[in-house]
Design a protein around this ligand. Structure first.
Ligand SMILES: C[S@@+](CC[C@H](N)C(=O)[O-])C[C@H]1O[C@@H](n2cnc3c(N)ncnc32)[C@H](O)[C@@H]1O
Length: 231
């Protein structure tokens, strides 16, 4: 069965404990200003308009940003890059909003829902980097339809990523790593950059640890980088 035969459903928590007043206020006031409203495919998102007409050198996307510490790090380290983060978990979004507000990070937009819906609306070859960091917490085989990594998502990523663009994936579960490597290596648009074990067992310098990685990690994480091939 093809994964595109399944209706797309987002699983997992949308809300956790009650937000403190300051964070709740950011969700009410700042989030609406940063939230992307997606067009109906096949219409494409106007990326320049989404970032207020400001010109950026590149567009990067993180799906499943959790509490957003990695996204905020990339945004402050690469002020010349526009970043879109996708995450449905409101408490995580609120934590990211706190960083955006405190540091006045003007290069982040948020899609507070399923990142696959965002990908469907991005223009062809618009994206230079995609991050999927522990974003598939579905190791059980019977939950495979919930995973972001799938033939359908890879086809869309191949469309929206330009040649030379990087797809960075982290996972701490051997079953998900097998799944990820099997799908990516079977796809002609992506090449794995690793030449030896150190290339995927050691964290690259510009790849800061995520909250999940610091608190809930189950096994030794692997850091996989794939490059979108030309053609
Ligand atoms: C295990 S947590 C990891 C969060 C964060 N990346 C980290 O490493 O701390 C997985 C996150 O991915 C999000 N997620 C899973 N599937 C998603 C999807 N299709 N679109 C957007 N977010 C997704 C979940 O809501 C959850 O917050």
């Amino acid at each position: 069965m093809n994964d595109s035969d399944h209706p797309r459903r987002l699983h997992g928590r949308k809300r956790g404990r009650k937000l403190r007043a300051g964070l709740a206020e950011l969700v009410d006031t700042l989030l609406p200003r940063l939230t992307l409203r997606l067009p109906q495919p096949p219409q494409r998102l106007d990326v320049a308009e989404a970032f207020g007409g400001r010109a950026f050198k590149d567009l990067w996307v993180e799906i499943g940003f959790g509490a957003g510490e990695h996204l905020a790090w990339q945004a402050r380290t690469h002020a010349e890059v526009a970043l879109i983060g996708c995450e449905p978990f409101v408490n995580g979004i609120a934590t990211l909003l706190r960083d955006i507000d405190a540091e006045d990070l003007g290069n982040i937009r948020i899609y507070p829902d399923d990142g696959r819906d965002l990908l469907d609306t991005l223009p062809d070859a618009a994206v230079g980097r995609v991050f999927l960091l522990f974003s598939d917490p579905w190791p059980k085989r019977r939950h495979w339809q919930r995973r972001v990594i799938s033939p359908a998502t890879l086809a869309t990523l191949a469309r929206v990523m330009r040649p030379g663009a990087e797809l960075r994936i982290a996972s701490d579960d051997p079953r998900l790593l097998d799944w990820t490597l099997w799908h990516l290596r079977a796809h002609p648009a992506f090449a794995w950059t690793a030449r030896n074990a150190a290339d995927f067992l050691e964290r690259p310098a510009d790849w800061p640890p995520t909250r999940y990685e610091q608190k809930q990690i189950r096994g030794r994480p692997a850091y996989l980088t794939f490059v979108r091939q030309a053609g």
